[in-house]
Design a protein around this ligand. Structure first.
Ligand SMILES: [Fe+2]
Length: 167
């Protein structure tokens, strides 16, 4: 089992963490919405303006509808699941590096899951196969992560990113 079955780091160095975190810190509760039990702050393509490569990815993949920041409370585990609505996702962790995402293949006996751990590096985007089982553990601080929901599958997106030398 190879981690690239589940996720891959993009070779884009993001410069938007500070500006997005300023927006989050200045936000009011009415700017947050709850979808499927998750706290979500909507972003627009303009929020990615200083990451021109990511703007190109978002436009080329037609992903302008599902741009957001997700918030997780400290000391929570987001249960094993496969995403229902979106087919793929690109994420970047903003705050809450005392956390990790795990992807896995659940064994036949339902007791053991073979896992691969994704520990996000600062200012790095990751393509993730959200149609495979994954979970999140968050510990000491609130976790904020940019989420770009895709209509394209992991394999389609992987191919696009390879062709454009983004991975
Ligand atoms: Fe998910």
């Amino acid at each position: 089992m190879n981690s690239s079955e589940f996720f891959v780091e993009l070779n884009i160095d993001s410069t938007i963490t500070e500006s997005i975190m300023n927006k989050i810190n200045d936000s009011t509760p009415d700017q947050w919405i709850t979808i499927l039990d998750q706290n979500l702050f909507k972003l627009s393509i303009d929020d990615f303006a200083s990451d021109p490569k990511m703007c190109k990815v978002i436009k080329d993949l037609g992903a302008q509808e599902r741009l957001s920041v997700l918030q997780f409370n400290p000391n929570v585990c987001f249960q094993w699941h496969k995403d229902k609505v979106r087919t793929g996702a690109i994420n970047m962790l903003l705050r809450g590096f005392d956390s990790f995402c795990a992807f896995g293949t659940i064994g036949k006996g339902n007791l053991f899951t073979e896992v691969q751990k994704l520990e996000h590096k600062p200012n790095k985007y990751y393509l993730m196969d959200v149609k495979k089982y994954h979970c999140v553990f968050n510990f000491s601080e609130p976790r904020y992560i940019i989420s770009i929901g895709l209509e394209t599958t992991y394999d389609e997106t992987f191919k696009y990113l390879t062709e454009n030398k983004f991975i």
